[in-house]
Each structure stands twice: as C-alpha cells, then as structure tokens.
Design a protein around this ligand. Sequence first.
Ligand SMILES: Nc1ncnc2c1ncn2[C@@H]1O[C@H](COP(=O)(O)OP(=O)(O)OP(=O)(O)O)[C@@H](O)[C@H]1O
Ligand SMILES: [Mg+2]
Length: 363
Amino acid sequence: MPEAAHQRLRLSAEEIYTAELTALAAGDSRPRPENWRLSPPAVVTYILGGKAADGTPISAKYVGNRRLIETAVATLATDRALLLLGLPGTAKSWVSEHLAAAISGSSQRMIQCTAGTDENQIRYSWNYALLLAKGPSYEALVKTPLTRAMEDGSIVRLEELTRMGSDVQDTLITVLSEKTLPVPELDMAIDARRGFNVIATANNRDKGVNDLSSALKRRFNVVVLPSPATLEEEVGIVVKRVREIGTNLSLPPIKPADEEMTRIVTLFRELREGRTLNGKTKLKTSSGSLSTAEAISVGVSAWASAAHFGGGVLDADSLAPNLVGAVVKDPVQDTVALQEYLESVVRTRDGWSDLYNAIREVI
Ligand SMILES: Nc1ncnc2c1ncn2[C@@H]1O[C@H](COP(=O)(O)OP(=O)(O)OP(=O)(O)O)[C@@H](O)[C@H]1O
Ligand SMILES: [Mg+2]
C-alpha cells in the first residue's frame, strides 16, 4: 500500500483487498485468460465472497445473483465488452471497480463520460508544446485510460456511457471490433494486447438521453443489475455497507443499529414502489430514486449524527433529518408524498411513533 495511505479518503478496491487478491492468486490453479491476474472462477469468488485455497476468507463485495456475475466475468474473457445496466444505486460502478481490480490488478483506468466528453478524451490528444517543437511524434501523443489499457492488456472502465454524445460513443466501435486504434497523424495504430476489455456502466433512467447506436450495442453484452428483490436482502446490503463505510471513515463507534436500518429500507421501498410492503395502502411515489445506495448514505449520515450529537445511539432523532433530506428532492411534490406517507402509514405503525414525531419536527 502506498505510504500515507491511511490519510487518503478513499482507497481503491485493489488497495483495500490486497490480501484477498494475493491469497486468491496464490491458490488459483485454474486456467487464466492471458494477462488476467485470476482465473474467471476466482474472480467470481472475489466478488461474491467465499474462501481462497489456503482458507483465507474472502468477503462478499456484491450481494446478489451468482449467475449475473458469472455472465459478466465470462463476457470479459471473450472479445465482447461488458455493459452493466440498471437503476441508479444498484452497484454498477461498484461491481465494475471490483471486476477491474480482480482481473487486471487495477481499477484506475477509468473514464467518466459526460455530455462534455469529446473524442480526444476517449482516443488520444496531443501535448501541444511537444507537437510544436518536434511535430507529430509518438512522444507528443497524450494517451487516455483507454489507449493505456489497450497497450497493457487491461480493463478500462467507462462510467455512465450513455451520458456522452452518440458520435463520441461511436469512437469505440473500431476499438471494440478491430481491437486497434488508428493514429493517422503518425501513420500507425495502437493495437490492443490480450486482456484488454471494456466495462461500461449506464443508468436505465438516463437511457433515452444518448441511446447507444445499434452498431455499438452489438459489441456489448448487457448484464442488468436488479434492485434487491426482498426487504431482507436490501437490509442486509445496507447494514453491511454502512458498517464498512463508517468504519473506513473512522466514525466513532455506536450501538448496532440494524433495526433503524430496517426502518430506512422499509420507508425507501414503500415510497419507491408507491405502496406499503403488505400491499394494502397505495402511496404517492417520490421523485428521487430512493435507491439502495441512498439508503446506505442515509445510514452513514445518521451514524455520524448519532455519534457526534446523539450520545452514541442511532435513534429516530438522528435518522429523521437524514431521511427527509434523501426523500425530499423536489420541495413541493416530495413533501406532499412524505406527508401523506407520514399520516397514513408511519403514524399508525406499531413502534414507529418516535419516527413519526421526529420527522414531523423537521419537515
Ligand atoms: N447488491 C449490492 N451488493 C453490494 N453492495 C451494493 C448492492 N447494491 C448497492 N450496493 C452499494 O451501493 C453503493 C452504490 O453503488 P454504485 O455507486 O455502484 O451504484 P451505481 O449503480 O453505479 O449507481 P449510479 O447509477 O447512480 O451510478 C455501493 O456502496 C454499493 O456497495
Ligand atoms: Mg455509477
């Protein structure tokens, strides 16, 4: 781990899980695709958890369907690229980072695609000082994470692929089908080495923005990451991630708050689906996505409030302002939805009167 790593706010997957990755690699006797650090089954164990050959426990990074992860890993071992699609907060970026860490040993080759991303940020650009001094030369080429990944035979991650313009997206077609990137100025091409592949993520909700061209779509295998199917599954994910993130942020310890996490997830699921979990009451939905990722953020913020201002106990008072902040994204419409929910559900639910009072104080 680099020096002063403890000072850094966020460590990469390969830094946090070095020990697990090393143990998996040491005991991995299955065939590995060229330039892969681990065999495909070992990558799946790294993502879903299990044991390395020497007994080292491997923590679960993703909680969900094994088949999905197997498909994702198998895709990366072929010449097709992987597109992780799903609603906001379904762990697309998270899975992509861990896949890159396990396969290439680094998750750092990443391009965040935005409406402002242009071709030069995907292909290459020029160091103008050198270009003027010496004319076009290989040294004057400024490589992008994509070109570097092609040269080392590693995974490059493209975050939010559909946010960038369709014409820029189509730059990828040659790279994905020919595995080469022509540099006409130098009359050469950058060829991809074995082990190179692309993991892109895209959000279902933004789908309409810059839909992938069919030519590009054909070059990707799509794996859809679903929202957690049941309350229990989602609570499990939230409890686990809040514990990990809070510990990593060195938040002062508090009493375990699994019940409060269950309340957060229940409230999120009910408002997201527009009805109570027992299906009896119809509700207005809120405009926010109320994803698992947001439930995790509410959990972490509530932990911080509880630890610093709430005497170390995460209760309705530390929860309420954070919940309201997450639900009310549109001050008019969402306040109405939340108020209706409060009166028709929270007020009468057994054991929720503290939450009812606490939310009423802040709304
Ligand atoms: N099934 C899951 N298993 C483990 N962690 C999960 C799961 N679902 C969500 N998370 C957690 O949610 C958090 C956010 O996930 P991430 O940022 O990858 O979402 P995303 O799908 O990329 O969202 P967006 O579309 O907003 O970019 C991560 O901390 C991740 O651990
Ligand atoms: Mg993401």
